[in-house]
Design a protein around this ligand. Structure first.
Ligand code: ATP
Ligand code: MG
Length: 280
């Protein structure tokens, strides 16, 4: 994040953004992702990007035509960065976030994600393996909150821990959920159902839910797009405050220039390409 000393470990340079190579040979994770005989070579150090896109493409076939949405994108994202993704409607922002989170699979190219000392090639995992990986490593905040209406506020926040079987085994899982809800100002609303909350309150629950499993990276798809400007600003500030100093990476799709101004780095998707904003 821009202020308070939370700086990216490294930055892309426009002249050679994709030249750094990874020591990637095999894929394995501590979360039963692939077979045990894999033998990963540890990544060199934490200056390795948290996420690296390598010639990532996505195309859809429509009426017999191949529509290329994302065309050979290469980019790196680092710990502690707040990166904004701008682009007009239909440019492919959500598509890109879905590829990075593993919700969707690319047509070609790779998404590499650093997991401690290892680097995982997300695109070599099947859908089930990607789901497991996402549950442990990625927090997602959506425009429409995506809370479960039949669960209370607290149950919604605990859900990611339940899904990874950590709610009971990990002592303090519930306490962590309660602490996060306190932090987002909903300490009095644990037992309320989402439909009784305002939009800003629902998004604050969604922020707590995205952080409860302590993922190294957060992906946010227009998280303030469904809130009025003032509430959106409050929610954004809260999110940035909560991330400050944690080293977590935040990649946020938005249409809002005022949000982009607060980012460490701004990327535009234009005609299927990812263009670095020089900030001038
Ligand atoms: N499953 C799909 N099948 C066919 N085309 C798709 C599919 N999903 C997305 N698209 C197309 O991909 C393009 C990019 O969509 P995407 O949702 O990523 O845009 P966006 O930049 O997030 O737009 P917005 O700002 O409106 O949210 C659109 O033209 C969309 O129609
Ligand atoms: Mg979108």
């Amino acid at each position: 994040m821009k202020s308070d000393g939370l700086k990216p470990l490294l930055r892309c340079t426009d002249d050679a953004p994709n030249q750094r190579s990874f020591p990637i040979t095999k894929i394995r994770s501590k979360f039963e992702l692939t077979n045990e005989s894999s033998n990963p070579i540890p990544s060199a150090n934490s200056s390795v990007p948290l996420v690296r896109l390598d010639r990532l493409s996505k195309a859809y076939s429509e009426a017999g035509q191949n529509r290329i949405i994302l065309n050979q994108l290469s980019q790196e994202f680092y710990e502690g960065e707040f990166v904004c993704l701008l682009g007009k409607s239909g440019s492919g922002k959500s598509t890109l976030l879905n590829l990075i989170s593993g919700i969707d699979a690319p047509s070609s190219g790779h998404v590499f994600i650093r997991d401690g000392e290892q680097v995982i090639d997300l695109t070599r995992l099947d859908e089930h393996q990607r789901t497991l990986f996402r549950r442990h490593h990625i927090g997602i905040i959506f425009q429409f909150f995506n809370l479960i209406p039949t669960l209370t506020v607290l149950e919604n926040v605990i859900l990611p821990l339940e899904l990874t079987h950590r709610a009971k085994s990990q002592a303090g899982g519930r306490t962590r959920a309660e602490t996060l809800l306190d932090q987002v100002g909903l300490g009095e609303r644990f037992n309320t159902y989402p439909d009784k909350l305002s939009g800003g309150e629902q998004q604050r629950v969604a922020i707590a839910r995205a952080l409860v499993h302590d993922p190294p990276m957060l992906l946010a798809d227009e998280p303030t797009g469904n809130l009025d400007t003032e509430i959106g600003e409050t929610v954004l500030s809260l999110l940035l405050d909560m991330l400050r100093g944690t080293g977590k990476m935040l990649l946020m799709a938005t249409h809002a220039q005022e949000i982009a101004r607060r980012a460490d780095r701004v990327l535009h998707i234009t005609d299927g390409l990812l263009v670095n904003d020089t900030g001038t």
